[in-house]
Design a protein around this ligand. Structure first.
Ligand code: NAI
Ligand SMILES: NCC(=O)COP(=O)(O)O
Length: 339
């Protein structure tokens, strides 16, 4: 039977953060279930707690495993109960190893299910990298965990997106003092090709990609740093020789203004905050992170666990809704790819 809607897993995220209440808000909107066959996966007590904070009761239909998800599609969110963390192990607003372990367990189950074609995409509510590291995650972030779990050996990096503007990254969750050491011609070319090819695959006929500089004022002719002359410029030239019409390097403090005004579809950023400060200022309540370079679709809101407001029903659900909608679009495309 031809499926019309993708099957998308939603997770509650870090149990001490705003994830459970965000998912309650998302699923409390009757429009949400029109976009996908939704499988909410999580601990029943945590889902109850999220609904309580949000002041909502959301009807769901229980399933016993992801294998039942497609057959059970009924227009109402499905609920796959797992036992990943106990209430007494969680203190709202505090990172803890039990919360980190719960997130990893649930995301691994979701990745297995997408790989087995039982579901088509994953949208996870915010997790906490510190909690995950406390639980033993040996990587700098979840994306490196995903890539290891899925045996990815090509370039991967977070994409951030807001209103049609995308970013990719040459480095991400590393100490800022190390960012310069991550700049290499290879990584810049990889991050540029990945975003260009991904936009093309998503239907942008001629992606307009700008590459950001690293130093103030693009190094000011070499008087304020040489990375643009020695590394980034040669990477851009090499990309152009390969047929990728990327431009740059451009001073990072102004390139986002041009992109905001419609001149570019994507910016290749040299380190985390170079892109994230700009994107979050352009629309904190809208931004989405897509886990770029993975074989399966995974999205999440660009904001985090917001421990300072967790449990207070203050969290804005818009970015989570956008992350879910992008997961639906990516899931639809994944669903229609041959296995
Ligand atoms: N989607 C994900 O899984 C993400 C996870 N993180 C993780 O979250 C943790 C905390 O990161 P922070 O840098 O503190 O950023 P954060 O985004 O959690 O919080 C920064 C500030 O924004 C506010 N805020 C965040 N989301 C909000 C929302 N939906 N509505 C209203 N206010 C909101 C918070 O209250 C806080 O004052 C870290 O461990 C980080 O790695 C960060 C970004 C994305
Ligand atoms: N968990 C996704 C994530 O962390 C994306 O946000 P950012 O830390 O890369 O800004």
């Amino acid at each position: 039977m031809q499926q019309s809607k993708p099957t998308v897993a939603l997770t509650l995220g870090d149990p001490a953060g705003i994830g459970p209440e965000l998912i309650a808000k998302l699923l409390g909107d009757p429009e949400t279930a029109k976009h996908a066959n939704i499988v909410l996966i999580g601990d029943p007590w945590l889902w109850e707690a999220g609904q309580k904070v949000a002041g909502l009761q959301v009807a769901t239909r229980p399933i016993a495993s992801f294998a039942e998800a497609r057959g059970a599609a009924c227009g109402m969110p499905l609920f796959l109960a797992v036992d990943s963390v106990r209430p007494e192990q969680v203190e709202t607003g505090m990172a803890g190893p039990a919360g980190g372990a719960s997130v990893l367990k649930i995301l691994n189950l979701c990745m297995d299910a997408v790989t087995a074609r039982q579901i088509d995409a994953i949208c996870f509510a915010p997790l906490n990298k510190h909690a995950m590291k406390q639980s033993g995650m040996k990587f700098e972030d979840e994306l490196h965990h995903f890539a290891d779990y899925l045996k990815v050996d090509s370039y991967f990096c977070e994409f951030n997106t807001l209103d049609g503007l995308w970013t990719s990254r040459v480095s991400s969750h590393i100490p800022l003092k190390d960012a310069a050491s991550y700049l290499s011609k290879t990584r810049i070319e990889d991050a540029s090709r990945l975003i260009y090819d991904s936009l093309k695959a998503a239907g942008v006929a001629q992606p307009r990609v700008a590459v950001a500089a690293f130093n103030p004022h693009g190094g000011d002719g070499g008087s304020c740093g040489r990375e643009e002359i020695d590394i980034i410029g040669p990477a851009v030239a090499s990309l152009r020789e390969q047929g990728y019409p990327v431009e740059g390097p451009f001073p990072a403090d102004t390139i986002f203004i041009k992109a905001r005004d419609g001149k570019y579809d994507a910016i290749v950023t040299m380190y985390h905050d170079q892109g994230q400060i700009a994107i979050k200022l352009l629309g904190f309540e809208k931004g989405v992170t897509v886990q770029g370079g993975l074989p399966i679709p995974i999205t999440t809101p660009a904001h985090g666990t917001a421990y300072d407001i967790a449990g207070k029903n203050l969290a804005n659900v818009n970015a989570t809704r956008n992350a879910f909608l992008i997961a639906c679009r990516m899931g639809e495309s994944y669903m229609n790819q041959p296995a």
